[in-house]
Design a protein. Structure first.
Lengths: 299, 240
């Protein structure tokens, strides 16, 4: 029983990371019906830019926690810019040319370019990211938990909540939701929907970059860290439904927990299997996702 | 106020409008009538920038707006309540109205009294006041139509385009929609109204255009069109 609760707790942190990345997929899908297949690379770049920044700040005799907090706005700004670049170079041109699949290839290609770039700047080896919180695990009842794992859960919920509040409360957020509802009608309101789509790409990459610096202290940081995370979070986005905020949290947790359970009870070698089996099941039984609304594509 | 000259427009290779011209003077209510496929909706879409005209010009208050994207045209003060209402289903009634005032709330147009205009809309459409916190997707068809009109009015438009406001509504609600249009006319709001209920449209309008195959087949003061034998026979169902 103790082992089981320990495994579940460990699965929650990684599950929340999957959830946040899946949420970042949703942001661009809502407004543009396109996705950045280089989302894992946005996460990786965020983590590496964060690493360089935090090391520089620690070099300025700052404590790790302060350095981490001061690093965040720089990572956010970088993520925003990186997402806008992906939209400009990869998505806008392909969509303008009315190419149905062009943006898929373009975002995959950009992702590979970003990974190569990162390998050349930061090298091929995995690097250690300084942890802003003590690394000794806390013992709460029967389970042991790292402070950073708690920070991951809080940070993940905070960013999703912040985006939700922005969308509901500010007129610009309402414009984003209007664009997601009905792009032509949003244009009639005087909303520049092309700019809204660029913005949603920027926000999406910013969210992924934030996920990168959240997970970096508990994992290894490097040019290849994003690929698998991006793919698994994509599975979560499909499992949870591409339009449901609740869905990605639940989907992320399901995947995170099944992974740790499989790793312990079966074999770490099969850790990645249950999530993908779940993906295949959801796709065949409920293609709109567990929480998604069925949409019929009108031809 | 609104001047359309020799407009040619359509969808891809299919041309719907073949050189259409019309005028809407300030404070006037002008209606476009015609059978299905005559090009009424396409005319409004080409004016508001939802489609790019192939040739011809669209001028608002003398300024050439031809070919600009719809968000820019809206910022110039042209509001379009589109066919099928197109309210934002996952947003509240109030948020839909605020989105109608988007250019005013973001500095692209003079702000004026947005809160006061919200209250005016709730007075003009009391049903919307009761439902202000409800999601627009849960409204009835008639309520959505009221919302679409109110949302367009929130721009404080120089010209308001109304596309088939009576479409799909029960007869009682159709009468209500026309009563609202008559009230907006009293407030001297400049309007271009597209309607299938030609008789009712000509009853409320100052001036009318009859469209056939993407061209103006007849035009004149609404009263004259109402009494025109050919128009009556073709559109008003009074032939026999």
């Amino acid at each position: 029983m103790n082992v089981l609760s320990q495994l579940i707790v460990s699965g929650i942190a990684v599950g929340m990371i999957y959830g946040v990345i899946a949420f970042s997929y949703q942001l661009t899908f809502a407004t543009s019906k396109t996705l950045n297949f280089g989302q894992g690379e946005a996460l990786m770049l965020g983590a590496l830019v964060g690493l360089t920044t935090i090391n520089f700040l620690i070099g300025q005799a700052l404590g790790t926690l302060w350095a981490y907090l001061l690093m965040l706005p720089i990572v956010f700004a970088f993520g925003l810019a990186q997402g806008a670049v992906v939209e400009w170079l990869g998505v806008r041109q392909a969509v303008k040319a009315k190419s149905e699949a062009g943006w898929i290839m373009a975002t995959i290609a950009l992702g590979i370019i970003f990974r190569n770039l990162a390998e050349n700047i930061w090298g091929r080896d995995a690097l250690r990211f300084p942890s802003p919180l003590p690394e000794a695990a806390l013992t709460i009842g029967p389970v042991r938990i790292q402070p950073m794992e708690i920070a991951i859960v809080i940070g993940a919920l905070a960013i999703m909540l912040a985006v939700e509040i922005f969308n509901r409360r500010s007129i610009f957020g309402k414009a984003v939701v209007a664009t997601a509802n009905d792009r032509d009608a949003a244009g009639l309101m005087g909303i520049d929907t092309r700019r809204v789509i660029t913005f949603s790409y920027a926000l999406s990459s910013m969210t992924a970059a934030f996920a990168g610096v959240l997970i970096a202290p508990v994992t290894l940081t490097g040019a290849t860290m994003g690929a698998v995370l991006g793919l698994k979070a994509f599975a979560v986005a499909i499992i949870g439904g591409l339009s449901s905020g609740m869905g990605v949290i639940v989907g992320g947790l399901i995947l995170g927990i099944t992974e740790t359970l499989t790793g312990y009870y079966i074999s770490t070698g099969y850790k990645d299997v249950p999530g993908l089996v779940l993906l295949l099941l959801v796709l065949s039984l409920k293609p709109s996702g567990l929480f998604g609304r069925a949409t019929i594509k009108k031809v | 106020m609104l001047e359309v000259n020799d407009l040619v427009a359509g969808y891809g290779k299919v041309k719907v409008l073949h050189g259409l011209s019309l005028h809407v003077e300030e404070g006037r209510l002008v209606t476009l009538i015609g059978s299905n496929g005559a090009g009424k909706t396409t005319t409004l879409r080409a004016i508001s920038g939802m489609i790019v005209p192939e040739s011809g010009t669209v001028r608002l208050g003398g300024e050439d707006l031809t070919g600009q994207p719809s968000f820019k045209i809206t910022k110039k003060g042209l509001a379009h309540s589109p066919e099928g209402r197109r309210v934002f289903p996952t947003q509240s009634v109030k948020d839909n109205l605020l989105l109608g005032a988007f250019p005013r709330l973001t500095g692209a147009r003079e702000r004026g009294d947005v809160e006061g205009d919200l209250d005016r809309m709730f007075t003009l459409f009391p049903r919307l006041a009761e439902r202000r916190a409800q999601l627009a997707g849960t409204l009835s068809g008639g309520e959505q139509q009221m919302l679409a009109m109110a949302r367009a009015l929130m721009l404080n438009p120089r010209v308001l385009l109304l596309d088939e406001p009576s479409m799909g509504l029960a007869p009682r609600l159709v009468a209500e929609v026309f009563a609202t249009i008559a009230r907006l006319k009293e407030q001297k709001i400049t309007m271009l109204l597209v309607e299938q209920f030609a008789a009712a449209a000509l009853e409320v309008a100052d001036f009318g255009y009859v469209l056939e195959n993407g061209r103006v087949a007849a035009k004149g003061p609404a009263e004259a069109l109402r009494n025109d034998a050919a128009v009556r026979a073709a559109y008003l169902g009074h032939a026999h």
